[in-house]
Write a new protein. Structure first.
Length: 423
């Protein structure tokens, strides 16, 4: 064994002398040939520690061609696949030292970082994995393939979720432009991206943005049902009906607006046939689109089985509370349509809530500018016909005058056009 080691050292020394001669003579072909021989000799004799030393040393030599460094690194990347974990980590460390801050080796550097963080993740060293990953700005790498770049950023997002670092998760998510993932060839990555956004916005209790993320996932599944096979971490289910239910429920949970109503109408028209398999959800959406009073008891709508209320998902109890609130708010808007004023006790009787809760919800809706009314506590009346101030009356009068003048102008133009036709 000692003789073999001496022989190996002698061969390496000879090759290093040849490499130096070729390099100083600017003989690129010979330099590439010798560096490959050095790597091959190390790999054939399994002298990986020596190779790690040599690859770092050769990369620092004066006048070392970029091509020679690239060839050495690429050979090392191939050999990595065959190594046991300890030797693999040592070689990854050596490759990263060679590749660091070199544009022509940025892709190999990113791949090594990815392998290293995957090992850290498997070893449950999430904090270390996150620290390594966040130093790589892969979005600036021009030589990396689009899909590989997206996969790297998605992996960064995944690690941040595991670390529960939601601030960095949101920052990293902004590295991906939504328009850049609309390609059908990367539809699976689009689903994973929006799944991670769902996890973020669900944590933040941002129902509107959560619904939007679900709508993007559903959009892809609607085009290609085979994408249901997409694997997403964190027990995130990619099932067509489940995604549709979640999308509809988060839309219902979001604050009332014209946009919300249009979104519900879009769900009914776009996913009409899919909703036939979900009668309870279909009925609930129709109720929110209608102008009739609905029950304020969440249980009466039979949607407890919807995934967003699952006890294994964080903030599930808060979603029950907010669902009930949206049911109450819907009813209060309906009262505004049919009544100029109504007794508080009549409202509590019709929608089965306490007077205190009713007053709190009315105040909340007024604060959010979703309702215009005032409460007369002495008489126990909600008055929807608010007295307008002078400015509002004057503004309304001015608007009406403008409408009349526009109609007169339009009529005059039409009369002139008719006269010209018959002259």
């Amino acid at each position: 064994m000692i003789i073999e080691e001496n022989e190996f050292d002698k061969q390496i020394e000879d090759l290093l002398n040849k490499e130096k001669t070729a390099r100083l003579a600017n003989n690129l072909v010979e330099t590439l040939k010798v560096t490959k021989q050095i790597a091959k000799l190390c790999f054939d004799t399994k002298q990986y520690s020596k190779f790690n030393e040599l690859i770092v040393a050769l990369s620092k030599k004066r006048g070392q061609p970029k091509k020679a460094q690239i060839e050495l690194v690429q050979m090392a990347m191939i050999e990595l696949k065959t190594l046991p974990i300890n030797q693999k980590l040592e070689m990854i460390d050596a490759i990263m030292k060679v590749c660091e801050k070199k544009i022509y080796l940025e892709v190999e550097y990113a791949r090594c970082v990815l392998m290293l963080t995957q090992y850290k993740e498997d070893d449950n060293q999430i904090a270390d994995a996150a620290k390594i990953l966040q130093e790589v700005q892969v979005e600036t790498y021009g030589s990396m393939d689009k899909r590989e770049k997206l996969e790297f950023i998605l992996y960064q997002m995944k690690i941040m979720i595991k670390k529960l670092d939601y601030v960095r998760l949101f920052i990293i998510s902004k590295k991906i432009e939504p328009k850049n993932i609309e390609d059908d060839n990367i539809a699976d990555l689009k689903i994973i991206y929006y799944s991670f956004l769902v996890i973020y916005y669900r944590h933040e209790n941002n129902y509107k943005e959560t619904a939007h993320a679900y709508s993007k996932i559903l959009e892809s599944l609607h085009k290609n049902r085979q994408l249901e096979a997409t694997k997403v971490d964190f027990n995130f289910r990619i099932d067509y009906n489940t995604i549709l239910e979640n999308y509809a429920m988060y839309t219902i949970l979001s604050q009332y607006s014209e946009e919300k109503q249009k979104q519900l109408q879009s769900i009914v028209s776009t996913y009409k046939y899919a909703l036939e398999a979900l009668p309870n959800m279909n009925q609930l959406i129709q109720a929110f689109l209608g102008t009739e009073l609905i029950s304020t008891s969440p249980q009466s709508h039979n949607v407890q089985a919807v995934e967003i209320f699952d006890e294994n998902i964080e903030n599930n109890q808060q979603r029950f509370v907010d669902f009930r609130r949206q049911l109450i708010h819907h009813n209060l808007r309906i009262f505004q349509i049919y009544y100029d004023s109504i007794y508080l006790n009549r409202i509590t009787e019709l929608i089965e809530i306490s007077t205190q809760e009713l007053e709190e919800e009315i105040c909340l809706m007024m604060d959010q500018k979703l309702l215009k009314c005032k409460i007369d506590r002495i008489q126990g009346i909600v008055d929807y016909q608010l007295k307008k101030n002078e400015n509002d009356v004057l503004q309304e009068w001015g608007d009406n005058v403008n409408k009349v003048l526009n109609l007169i102008d339009l009529t005059s133009n039409l009369i002139k056009r008719e006269e010209e036709l018959f002259l």
